[in-house]
Design a protein around this ligand. Structure first.
Ligand SMILES: *Cc1c(COP(=O)(O)O)cnc(C)c1O
Length: 430
């Protein structure tokens, strides 16, 4: 396929932005090719500068649960834009938005809007420390909570270790209060609490891990987080930036029946515009300024355009529960189709799915945490990705990401995708 225009743009972009991008994965480094430049999206489709059309399974990394340029969402943005794009003052839209979220997610009684998932988790950690008067935070290997310094740690091998920064420029002093332990390992978590229990302000976790590929939680693991937080007076921070309004209208916490102290949101609640939020029990949220002593602010927080796009998206999801049933059915079709292809091709592959979050790992091991995810053959994923792109299917350009089915993906799209996967597998097998 011809990518001349994208290639030329990327050459220029690399002179202007580090790696030519504004977020690293977009550079396609782990695939080993230049990225196509996307110029338009409609429903489940995106189009690049060179005129190619793709069925999109990235969906802006999760926000676009209704698909690209959903007419009602576009209209609400246009209407709001004409009325003003930002005031730095209170608006009715914020009241409507926060009311919708608290009604959807009962553990969230009060909420603060911010501008990204990163800002939401960073603020949630600050709040947990302020509220508990403790410093230490537990996170799990392979869980991503945005790029705030204290959370930018995956840690090395071993069941548990004090944080070693994953990025240059993060000082060890900042991460020394972050304790990292394995996902889905209740026993390892017990040990951490035994050692540091009364110093732990919070445990932050993805209720479905979606940033090391897709890794479903084990129920005993979620229960143990809840139990230990209760026992030691630590706060349970459920990072639903990806799963919120994705795996269920009430988030993963409704799906699994857990009741976190603080929940973070982003992605879907902005309807494709930049957004984030953190919320929880009133008693805790009242610690946030100006009610309380934990400072947090934002010039564009609760931005009217983002609120309008998000509100429209959430209303559509709330008023059409059939959307989640259809997402489940179509994603199930995709999953069983992939599994059929896997059997026919005889390639070792692990398929993980929770609702419309799916991932396939090129490994014969059940992927349940970071170490097992790492057993995947990433060279093979890159090969597979390129075959799929050629057939007009746009997958996440990295093995360790989730792909998303949207309400705009039709049965025909899914069928076409399965056929493409089958062909791609045959080429891999050769
Ligand atoms: C995407 C994501 C974030 C970060 O959100 P940004 O808006 O990219 O800053 C945080 N946590 C989880 C679970 C995410 O998936």
């Amino acid at each position: 396929m011809n990518y001349d225009k994208s290639k030329a743009l990327f050459q220029k972009a690399k002179q202007l932005m580090p790696g030519g991008v504004n977020s690293p994965v977009r550079a396609f480094r782990s695939i080993g090719m230049d990225p196509p430049f996307i110029c338009r999206g409609n429903g489940a489709r995106i189009y690049d500068e060179d005129g190619h059309e793709y069925i999109d399974y990235v969906c802006s990394w999760g926000p676009l649960i209704l698909g690209h340029a959903y007419p009602a969402v576009v209209e609400s943005i246009q209407q709001q834009a004409a009325l003003g794009t930002s005031f730095g003052a209170v608006t009715r839209l914020e009241v409507d938005m926060t009311e919708m979220i608290t009604q959807a997610v009962p553990s969230v009684e009060m909420i603060r809007m911010v501008n990204s998932g990163t800002e939401a988790t960073m603020s949630a950690i600050r709040l947990a420390r302020g509220y508990t008067g403790r410093d230490k935070v537990i996170k799990f290997v392979g869980c991503y909570h945005g790029h705030a310094d204290a959370l930018l740690i995956k840690a090395g091998s071993g069941a548990m270790t004090f944080g070693v920064p994953d990025s240059e420029g993060v000082s060890p002093a900042i991460t020394s209060d972050t304790i990292v332990t394995a996902y889905n390992d209740a026993e390892a978590l017990d040990h951490v609490f035994e050692q540091w229990g009364r110093d732990i302000a919070a445990v932050i976790f993805e209720p479905v891990a979606g940033n090391m590929g897709t890794v479903p939680p084990q129920m005993d693991f979620l229960r143990e987080i809840e139990y230990l937080c209760g026992k030691y007076g630590s706060l349970m921070i459920c990072d639903e930036v990806m799963t919120g309004f994705r795996v269920h209208y009430g988030g993963a916490q409704r799906l699994y029946g857990i009741k976190p102290d603080i929940t973070t949101f982003g992605k879907i609640i902005g309807g494709g515009l930049p957004v984030g939020a953190y919320g929880g029990k009133k008693e805790i949220m009242r610690y946030v300024a100006p009610d309380g002593p934990v400072y947090q602010a934002g010039t564009l927080s609760g931005n009217p355009l983002a609120m309008a796009a998000g509100l429209t998206t959430l209303k559509i999801l709330r008023d059409n529960p059939v959307i989640y049933q259809e997402l489940e059915r179509r994603s199930g079709l995709l999953e069983s189709g992939i599994k059929r292809c896997v059997r026919l091709a005889g390639i070792p592959i692990c398929v993980n799915r929770v609702g419309s979050m799916i991932c396939l790992f090129f490994t014969d091991i059940d992927v349940k945490d970071y170490d097992t995810a790492l057993t995947s053959n990433t060279r093979r994923y890159a090969d597979y990705f390129k075959h799929m792109l050629e057939k007009g299917i746009y997958l996440p350009p990295s093995q360790f990401e989730t792909f998303f089915v949207s309400a705009a993906h039709s049965d025909e799209d899914i069928q076409y995708t399965i056929e493409a996967i089958s062909k791609a597998f045959n080429h891999l097998a050769d």
